[in-house]
Design a protein around this ligand. Structure first.
Ligand code: 2AM
Length: 213
C-alpha cells in the first residue's frame, strides 16, 4: 500500500549526540586549519586549487554538513535496492532508537570531501547492509570499510562521495607519514588525499535511527 511505501526513510544510520557533534566539529576544524599551514600540504596545494602557487583556505573551500551521522543504509524511501529488506531486518527493528558507541579512528580530506572513518564492532555490523555497494577497487576490503561520517563537502559535491573517497584511500598502499600531528600521524595518498590516524580513537555515542527529509 502507499502508506507502507512512504514509511521507508531516506536513510538509516547512527546519529551523533549533540555534545559529541560539537566536539567533532571543533576537532575537524582544527585539523583543516593546521593542514592549511603545513609545508607538506602547501607542496600539494595544486591538488585543491588547480594551480601550484594558488593558496587555498580549506575552511572556505569546504561547506560543513549539519547533523553528523554514519549512514548504514541509503533507502531513498524504498526505491534503493534492498531497502525494504533492510527495513524489515529484525536486527534493524530491534536496535531502532538504541544508543551505540561509534569508534572514530581517522580523519580524512580529499579535494571533494572531509570525513571521519568509523570502525564498526561485530554488533554494529549486524546493522550494516548485506548488499553493500561493491566498488571494483574495494572488493577485497572487509565489510563495513565504507563506514564514515561526512563532515564537509566541497562546492557541488554530494555527501555520497565521502564513502567512495574513503574506500579509495583504504584500497591504496598505506601512504607515507608526512608529519606527526598532535592527534597522530598524517599520511599522504596522492591526488590531494590525506588521512590523519587518530592515536586515540574518539568514542562517539550515537542513536541508531532514520531520516526522512
Ligand atoms: P554520507 O553517508 O556519505 O553522508 C543522505 O543523502 C545521506 O545518505 C547522506 O548522508 C549520504 O552520504 C547518504 N547517501 C546518499 N546516497 C547514497 C548512496 N547511494 N549510498 C550510500 N549512502 C548514500
Amino acid at each position: 500500500s502507499p502508506l507502507e511505501e512512504t514509511s521507508i526513510p531516506l536513510f538509516y544510520g547512527w546519529f551523533l549526540l549533540s555534545s559529541v557533534q560539537d566536539k567533532l566539529r571543533c576537532t575537524a576544524l582544527d585539523f583543516l586549519k593546521t593542514l592549511d599551514t603545513m609545508d607538506a600540504f602547501k607542496k600539494h596545494m595544486a591538488d585543491f586549487s588547480g594551480k601550484a602557487e594558488k593558496e587555498v583556505d580549506l575552511e572556505q573551500y569546504f561547506n560543513e554538513k549539519s547533523t553528523f551521522h554514519c549512514t548504514t543504509k541509503y533507502c531513498d524511501y524504498g526505491r534503493a535496492d534492498g531497502a525494504k529488506e533492510y527495513a524489515q531486518n529484525p536486527a534493524v527493528k530491534k536496535s531502532y532508537g538504541s544508543v551505540f558507541e561509534l569508534s572514530l579512528v581517522a580523519l580524512f580530506v580529499t579535494p571533494r570531501t572531509v570525513g571521519a572513518r568509523v570502525v564498526l564492532t561485530e554488533e554494529q555490523l549486524l546493522l550494516w547492509p548485506a548488499e553493500e555497494e561493491k566498488q571494483a577497487e574495494s572488493s577485497s576490503l572487509p565489510r563495513g570499510s565504507r563506514a564514515h561520517i561526512t563532515l564537509a563537502c566541497a562546492e557541488g559535491i554530494e555527501p555520497v562521495q565521502t564513502g567512495l573517497d574513503l574506500l579509495q584511500i583504504l584500497a591504496l598502499p598505506q601512504g607515507e607519514v608526512v608529519e606527526e600531528m598532535g592527534l597522530g600521524p598524517l599520511r599522504y595518498y596522492g591526488e590531494g588525499r590525506w588521512m590523519l590516524e587518530l592515536r586515540e580513537s574518539i568514542g562517539a555515542p550515537a542513536i541508531f535511527s532514520s531520516f526522512y527529509a
